[in-house]
Design a protein around this ligand. Structure first.
Ligand SMILES: [Fe+2]
Length: 183
């Protein structure tokens, strides 16, 4: 499974453009994390890109979300490590994130939401002017983007990353694809 095949499968299974953008943002952060830890960028990128492939198909059924996704990506022939990361990113299943890839996907996923929301409240609605300190401030405001799990983002500590460093990596990764994200 290469990146193009993965993206084509996203286009087949997902209509919502914002959901596709979320997966692109997660992919970008996962690639940055893989680079940081000298891991396989292609593999980590695929986990980010594919992790929510079943969101529309499962129609909000959290008991099924990511189980179906794991089945779908297994059929596509991705590695077992990617299948496992997709499966455990939904904590509703109570499956512990064990590998570095699992942990990276778990904390990168919600970071995209916090950064996107931080960009959208700016007058220009762009990522370019968003700084680490503003995202950090938003992180502390519990009512801001309340659906974004701070606890999950703080899971970056499991990777040995300080929160500011993680936010900085996420911000840079997303700024790198700002055009695709429409931000
Ligand atoms: Fe996600």
């Amino acid at each position: 499974m290469n990146r193009k095949e993965a993206f084509d499968s996203i286009e087949v299974n997902v209509e919502n453009r914002n959901l596709i953008k979320h997966m692109l943002a997660t992919e970008a952060i996962m690639r940055a994390l893989a680079k940081k830890f000298s891991e396989d960028k292609e593999e980590w990128g695929l986990a980010g890109l594919l992790h929510d492939i079943d969101v529309e198909l499962t129609e909000g059924d959290m008991a099924n979300h990511s189980k179906l996704g794991a089945d779908l990506v297994r059929e596509m022939g991705v590695s077992k490590t990617v299948i496992q990361a997709v499966l455990c990113h939904n904590e509703a299943h109570g499956i512990t994130c064990e590998t570095k890839l699992d942990k990276a996907l778990f904390c990168a996923d919600p970071l995209t939401g916090l950064i996107t929301a931080a960009a959208l409240v700016r007058p220009d609605r762009k990522l370019a002017g968003v700084e680490v300190k503003s995202v950090r401030k938003r992180f502390k405001e519990k009512s801001f983007a309340a659906g974004v799990s701070r606890e999950q983002i703080a899971g970056c500590s499991e990777l040995g990353l300080e929160l500011d460093e993680f936010i900085d990596m996420g911000l840079k990764a997303m700024k790198g694809i700002a055009k695709e994200l429409g931000l």
